[in-house]
Design a protein around this ligand. Structure first.
Ligand SMILES: Nc1ncnc2c1ncn2[C@@H]1O[C@H](COP(=O)(O)OP(=O)(O)OP(=O)(O)O)[C@@H](O)[C@H]1O
Ligand SMILES: [Mg+2]
Length: 397
């Protein structure tokens, strides 16, 4: 193919892609599509996207074509002293033959992933005059990145910016309307409670009961607000994961300690079952703790008195399996497909046990953000197990 025909083919591909990009409103799927296409049209080894956080004024890695590198996601890149930062502040593309010679090169990512970068072409992703992030292609397979590569990548970057912006807007409006809907019930009961408090004829006993109600409803509202913020950050890709190497056994023990009082109230035993030589995990310890705490809190809340909860860890080749198992009443068959949906709660227990219905959605987002998976198995009358699989560490270690 001569260069002209090749160019034409590339532009055609771009038009196809813009249609394709518009067809998804799931941020992660969208970003993966973009990086795959970027690497393909620029004939590069890898491509990645860094999203810009204008509050923290820094960039962080969101996706790369080679995402078996789990510890790359969430790596923060400073605005000062990085090529991507330069692209954000100058709103211009950068093309470099050998980054090791360039003073703007930030080696934090290379250190975290052990992926050696040589040549780089990066473009800003801008829409409505707002900078969304940076699209980069790394290591041209043959020769150097060309003017045409730069032009194509700029077009792709602009399309990507629009698509990312749309996805975020969509998610926000979706989430906000659901949130407002969820606010209505606690607000209605607060308003009834305060109305009753103002009545002169209520007894001191009733008074105390109402104040207790108000207290638990406000606690629920505040839990709802913070869970809601967590989830909206996770869904819009604004959550930063800070990878560290840590012990699962220590994490399990900390979680058990935190939930001890709750477990003791119902005389529930929390057991830990794991091999003594269990390898350490490379992940964000606080986020993984949040997941285990939510699953453990569910296993206690939805258990029966004198029941048992087991926190189990097993190694499976290059991944680990963490299971939170309980001896509760189980989850009805018809509820299973909805469990990980926002605000979903099983009807039968909804009014007996306090909760927001966001814990499992948050947990799923965190696990998927670590390139892992979460599944549930439940037997009516016997109990429930939530099973998480996580990559042990970067494959390039
Ligand atoms: N181990 C379990 N056994 C039985 N049902 C469960 C279990 N875990 C979760 N569920 C059901 O799934 C629903 C959703 O769980 P999720 O953790 O998302 O929300 P929640 O526990 O209701 O609220 P939150 O976690 O915000 O306090 C629960 O309301 C409950 O009906
Ligand atoms: Mg929960």
């Amino acid at each position: 193919m001569d260069t002209k025909t090749q160019n034409l083919a590339d532009y055609r591909r771009l038009i196809e892609i813009s249609r394709d990009l518009a067809s998804t409103l799931d941020l992660d799927t969208l970003l993966y599509r973009i990086v795959r296409v970027a690497a393909e049209i620029a004939n590069a080894e890898e491509a990645s996207i860094l999203l810009y956080d204008d509050v923290a004024r820094q960039l962080h890695f969101q996706v790369a074509t080679n995402m078996e590198l789990p510890n790359m996601r969430g790596v923060d890149v400073p605005l000062e002293g990085s090529i991507a930062g330069w692209i954000v502040t100058h709103r211009e593309p950068v093309r470099i033959g050998d980054v090791q010679d360039d003073s703007r090169y930030f080696d934090g990512v290379e250190n975290a992933t052990s992926y050696a970068t040589q040549s780089i072409l990066g473009v800003p992703m801008i829409t409505k005059d707002k900078i969304i992030g940076v699209l980069e292609v790394l290591n041209k397979k043959e020769g150097h990145f060309t003017d045409v590569d730069e032009e194509l990548l700029l077009v792709l970057g602009a399309q990507a910016a629009v698509a990312i912006d749309n996805t975020r807007l969509f998610q926000q409006s979706d989430l906000i309307s659901e949130f407002v809907h969820e606010l209505r019930t606690p607000l209605a009961s607060l308003s009834t409670a305060t109305y009753l408090l103002l009545r002169p004829e209520i007894s001191p006993k009733q008074h105390d009961q109402i104040v207790n109600n108000i207290h638990s409803e406000t606690l629920r509202l505040s839990a709802l607000a913070s869970s809601f913020l967590d989830l909206s950050r996770l869904e819009s890709g604004r959550t930063h994961f800070h990878y560290e190497t840590f012990s699962i056994e220590k994490l399990f023990n900390e979680c058990r300690e935190i939930m001890q009082t709750k477990a003791a109230e119902e005389n529930i035993e929390v057991e830990i079952d794991m091999p003594s030589d269990f390898p350490s995990l490379q992940a964000d310890p606080n986020k993984i703790k949040q997941v285990i705490l939510n699953l453990l809190s569910n296993a206690i809340k939805y258990n029966r008195s004198n029941g048992t909860v087991t926190l189990e860890a097993r190694k499976e080749k290059e991944q680990i399996r963490l299971t939170v198992k309980d001896t509760g009443y189980g989850i009805p068959e018809e509820a299973m497909p909805h469990l990980f949906k926002k605000f979903f709660r099983v009807h039968e227990t909804e009014s007996k046990v306090a909760g927001t219905g966001l814990g499992l959605s948050i947990s799923k987002q965190i696990v998927q953000g670590h390139k892992g998976s979460i599944e549930v198995k439940s037997k009516s009358g016997k109990g429930t197990s939530f099973i998480i699989r996580l990559p042990l560490r970067s494959t390039r270690d």
